[in-house]
Design a protein around this ligand. Structure first.
Ligand code: DGP
Length: 125
């Protein structure tokens, strides 16, 4: 399976420090920052630092350490913003838009974490 990664995509530029971001959390393998066009009071993007185009690329080719680090960071952020039901929060939604049908705009794998209000039901169209 061949995945072509565009080194000039906006998240690659954020990772290189060429574009500023509002960082929420950083680890060895991942960065989380606030979405520039928030759709909810809490709208955070979690991305691997590695060059992965989308979730199937990440899931297939990332190391175990990268995969674990990513999941742990999502869980830590959900807790940090007070949204994790296991810690008394009211919940959140994770979305990984992928490819054309998934309406993915930025070709660097990212997970949207949305919360802070009652969200509508999936999917509208
Ligand atoms: P999508 O690829 O459709 O899953 O969404 C990409 C998201 O990335 C969209 O919600 C807006 C956000 N975004 C695009 N450019 C930037 C940027 O330069 N900085 C930040 N923080 N977010 C961005």
């Amino acid at each position: 399976m061949a995945y072509e990664y565009d080194n000039e995509n906006i998240f690659a530029r954020i990772l290189r420090g060429e574009i500023p971001n509002d960082t929420v959390m950083e680890s060895e393998y991942c960065l989380a920052f606030r979405d520039i066009q928030p759709q909810a009071p809490e709208h955070i993007l979690v991305i691997p630092k590695g060059a992965y185009v989308n979730f199937d690329h990440f899931g297939a080719e990332a190391s175990d350490a990268e995969l674990v680090d990513f999941s742990r960071m999502v869980a830590k952020i959900a807790q940090a913003i007070g949204a994790a039901p296991g810690a008394g929060g009211q919940g959140y939604r994770l979305i990984a838009n992928t490819g054309t049908h998934g309406v993915q705009d930025v070709p660097h794998f990212h997970m949207h974490l949305l919360g802070g209000r009652q969200l509508g039901r999936m999917l509208q169209t």
